[in-house]
Design a protein around this ligand. Structure first.
Ligand SMILES: *Cc1c(COP(=O)(O)O)cnc(C)c1O
Length: 377
């Protein structure tokens, strides 16, 4: 049966190099903080074209570490898109601040910058919370409108943390995802554009002071060394084995995977255009296609198509079933459904299709033909 994202295909192709990289770490028994971690950080910083890359335990902690370093706290407002994975809002509440959810753009799935500015103005007028940070998400691989977000951040004196967990590999006019804002983060969860064999994450920034502070926070607030503790921190490291695996995978990602996945996008779109609403990539934007997400007319049509594909052994996913403002964990914030009509509609009408660099042309054609059949019924 076809897989939604077949991680074994990649392993088979790079088995020799990956096995050797893992074996090397085991032989050296340098499981924490081995050379591979430093080397990977240098390669990642070079690829993204930022001064600092600091790896950590996962993409959620990467965001928490940045907010912690910025001293975000109770009574601060952090602006987060309503249509994203839970952790973008979770990290805000985790540091005691309040996430202010903002509806998204129906075409790009990313934060609606007009509604973002309105939300900032409204928060200022209400006077309860102090606007501090915007966390734009590069959803499904497409960079958010970082040019407009930067303008808004400057105007209201806010910090920007780019959540590039799905965005790694994308760019706007050649400027890479994970290089926008005051800091950016990514995730190496196995199913992300650049995934490892477990959990992992990274922070990117050009800010020397922020990089130094995060490097301390992630190792128990270390000073001279980890037994000299100058502040309260956390334990958040990328294992040497994961770094060794990522070094092999980063090379494959740059060499061909990013191109290949964009080839998959083109073939899907060629076949599906006019039948369903295919992903929209604005002029001068490049997506790393963490997901290939189509839109259907309504929930009935979407659920019907998903069931039909399942009957034909084709896996598909609904990212995301529930808007952030409807999550039980945020019920106390008292959000009103009517402020989120785009996100509400997207949750009912989106469907993500099998997508990864190693999917075969035959599989893509099979998926497209079944979708065409569904609409002929
Ligand atoms: C996956 C993801 C995260 C969290 O990454 P983890 O490594 O799983 O903690 C954060 N934001 C978005 C948008 C994600 O997709």
């Amino acid at each position: 049966m076809m897989e939604f994202r077949d991680l074994k295909a990649q392993y088979e192709r790079y088995k020799q190099e990956i096995d050797a990289a893992i074996q090397n770490v085991i032989t050296n028994a340098n499981f924490i903080g081995g050379n591979e971690v430093k080397e990977l950080e240098e390669q990642l910083a070079h690829y993204i074209e930022v001064k600092h890359c600091i790896t950590c335990a996962n993409g959620t902690e990467a965001m928490s570490l940045v907010l912690m370093a910025w001293g975000i706290k109770q009574s601060d407002a952090v602006f987060v898109p309503d249509f994203t994975f839970f952790s973008t809002g979770e990290v805000v509440s985790f540091c005691g601040a309040t996430p202010v959810f903002v509806d998204v753009d129906r075409d790009t799935f990313n934060i609606d910058t007009v509604k973002l500015e309105k939300a900032i103005v409204k928060t200022l007028e209400e006077g309860q919370l102090t606007p501090k940070v915007i966390i734009p998400v590069d959803l499904f691989g497409l960079p958010a409108n970082h040019i407009e977000i930067e303008r808004i951040a400057k105007k209201y004196n806010l910090l920007v943390l780019e959540d590039g967990a799905q965005g790694f590999g994308g760019n706007i006019n050649g400027k890479k995802a994970c290089s926008f804002g005051n800091a950016a983060t990514t995730s190496f969860f196995p199913a992300k554009p650049l995934g490892c064999y477990g959990d992992g994450g990274a922070i990117f920034t050009n800010d020397d002071n922020l990089a130094a502070l995060i490097s301390s926070l992630k190792i128990h607030g270390k000073g001279q060394d980890k037994y000299d503790n100058v502040r309260i921190g956390v334990n958040s490291r990328l294992d040497t084995i994961q770094a060794a695996i990522l070094k092999v995978k980063l090379k494959a990602f740059i060499d061909h995977e990013l191109d290949d996945v964009n080839g998959v996008y083109q073939l899907y779109t060629e076949k599906l255009k006019g039948i369903v609403e295919t992903p929209y990539i604005p002029e001068s934007y490049y997506s790393s296609f963490a997901q290939y997400t189509i839109k259907l007319k309504n929930k009935e049509q979407r659920d019907g198509l998903q069931a039909y594909l399942k009957e034909h052994d084709i896996p598909s996913m609904v990212y995301y079933v529930k808007p952030m403002h409807q999550q039980g964990a945020f019920a106390n914030l008292g959000y009103d459904d009517i402020d989120f009509d785009v996100t509400n509609k997207l949750c009912d009408t989106v469907l993500s299709l099998p997508m990864y660099p190693y999917i075969s042309i035959n599989d893509i054609k099979f998926v497209c033909n079944r979708i065409i059949n569904y609409f002929e019924k």
